[in-house]
Design a protein around this ligand. Structure first.
Ligand code: SDX
Length: 430
């Protein structure tokens, strides 16, 4: 931490407070505001636009230049050269695995791909037409009622087995959500398949037919998992950290992250993008929707555009667009009308002065929906896929926090603008 200081003059205290400035490896410096509390002052930053909630070594985003690093490695290189389980190892352990470490880690994951048979009973309580994200929140949260052999989060081994179980079981639970929704029998994992092949197998195979993995679609799925694996202190990761700061069960904390991710401003945007493209319906309608997006009085937003941190092209969106073209070619939908609208919408938006002024670029969700749709995944499963992939990020941030000596419960303060103290009024005097 650097020894730079900033001097804050506090008018009604008639004194100056010295605050330390800390520098990280990359990115913005931070002002340590802890001394302000002793002066009876809070900072005020709704939405945490300018607030660093923690110190972390996992992921770094340079929003101005559209850079995303997982443990220092650029997302473009990982998407091209790595695979999702290797990225999980990297995020969790901080280094790329040796061949032996990768083999051991893969075996550990495969040993946990099945869920307890009792979990099947949790599904039957849901309506068949329940949104799959509601089922994911419920069933991942239900994992907190199992595994009492490893509930002491102060034990590194207990934290590690919780992480391995989570990463291994998310595809199984996600596929079960889909099977339950469409009324088909659950499919058990096949551990001779790769992680992504196994997921597609559990999603699309049926007992009455032989199923063969499509290597192009499996590779695309794996790349989508890599792109969504982690993203610093986004809303859902911050939710997991805050829940975890009380010492809560790790699976319950992950369920809180799934709940936060569901919103259309966050992970629910991939589903909202496809709904938006279908609503636009034809490229000739694009100008009308761009106008709606520019109108501050119109709540319509161009879903899949804009980002709290990226004020340049989201590097994940570029990789996703390439993946989208590969998948559409593989499934013979190169003239997909939704892609045509998306490409034209992107061209319009990138040339429009409103979007240029607001620095609104496509984000990871803009092309993921079209890609997932072409793979055959229904729209209401898009955010479930996002949750599946992000589970490793959530659990890695949770572990980074709970393994930090002396970590404290998160407890933000507020600016109170409600009533001053007043006395109770009896009912007959109101
Ligand atoms: C994800 O945080 C993460 O890292 C998230 C994520 C991850 O990997 O975890 O990257 C995943 O959530 C990606 C974002 C997916 N969401 C969407 O695509 C929904 C559409 N985008 C917007 O809702 C919005 O851009 C957000 C929520 C993504 C960002 O919101 P901010 O940072 O609070 O930005 P803002 O709402 O303050 O917007 C700044 C200005 C506003 O105009 P003014 O009030 O200044 O006049 O830009 C406008 C907004 O109205 N604006 C948009 C817009 N996004 C922002 N106008 C039209 N269409 C949009 N999409």
């Amino acid at each position: 931490m650097s020894d730079k200081k900033v001097l804050l003059e506090i008018p009604n205290l008639d004194e100056k407070v010295e605050l330390s400035i800390h520098s990280g490896t990359l990115g913005q410096e931070v002002v340590d505001i802890a001394p302000l509390a002793k002066k009876g002052l809070f900072t005020f930053d709704p939405g945490f636009v300018a607030t660093a909630s923690c110190e972390s070594k996992i992921t770094f985003i340079d929003g101005e230049n559209g850079i995303l690093l997982y443990r220092g490695y650029p997302i473009e290189q990982l998407a091209e050269k790595s695979d999702y389980l290797e990225v999980c190892y990297l995020l969790m352990n901080g280094e790329l695995p040796s061949p032996e470490q990768k083999q051991k880690f893969t075996r550990q994951i495969l040993n946990h791909t099945m869920v307890h048979e009792q979990i099947h009973k949790f599904f039957t309580g849901f309506r068949r037409d329940a949104h799959p994200m509601s089922v994911m929140v419920g069933t991942v949260g239900a994992l907190s009622s199992f595994y009492h052999d490893a509930l002491d989060i102060t034990q590194p081994e207990h934290r590690e087995i919780a992480a391995l179980r989570l990463i291994a079981k998310m595809p199984t639970l996600a596929a079960m959500c889909y099977k339950y929704y469409i009324g088909q029998p659950f499919t058990y994992p096949q551990n001779d398949l790769s992680y992504s092949e196994n997921f597609l197998y559990m999603m699309f195979s049926v007992p009455s037919e032989k199923w063969q993995p499509n290597p192009v679609l499996a590779k695309a799925m794996d790349r989508i998992f890599i792109l969504h694996a982690d993203h610093e202190q986004n809303a859902s990761t911050s939710t997991v950290r805050l829940a975890g700061s009380s010492g809560a069960n790790p699976f319950a904390c992950i369920a809180s992250g799934i709940a936060a991710l569901w919103g259309p401003a966050h992970g629910g945007a991939n589903e909202a993008v496809l709904d938006m493209l279908m609503e636009i319906g034809d490229v000739k309608n694009i100008p009308k929707y761009i106008e709606k997006a520019r109108d501050r009085n119109d709540p319509f937003r161009l879903m899949g555009f804009g980002h709290r941190v990226y004020k340049n092209y989201d590097p994940r969106a570029k990789v996703m667009r390439e993946t989208c073209h590969e998948v559409l070619k593989e499934v013979g939908k190169t003239n997909d009308p939704l892609l045509e609208i998306a490409l034209e919408l992107e061209r319009y938006a990138l040339e429009d002065e409103y979007f240029i002024e607001k620095k609104l670029y496509p984000n990871v969700d803009f092309y993921s929906g079209i890609t997932l749709n072409a793979i055959g995944i229904p729209v209401n499963m898009f955010t479930v896929i996002f949750a599946l992939a992000r589970a490793v990020g959530w659990v890695t941030h949770w572990n980074e926090m709970v393994s930090t000596p002396g970590f404290r419960i998160g407890r933000p303060r507020q600016l109170y603008t409600g009533h001053d103290q007043r006395d109770y009024i009896d009912e007959n005097n109101r």
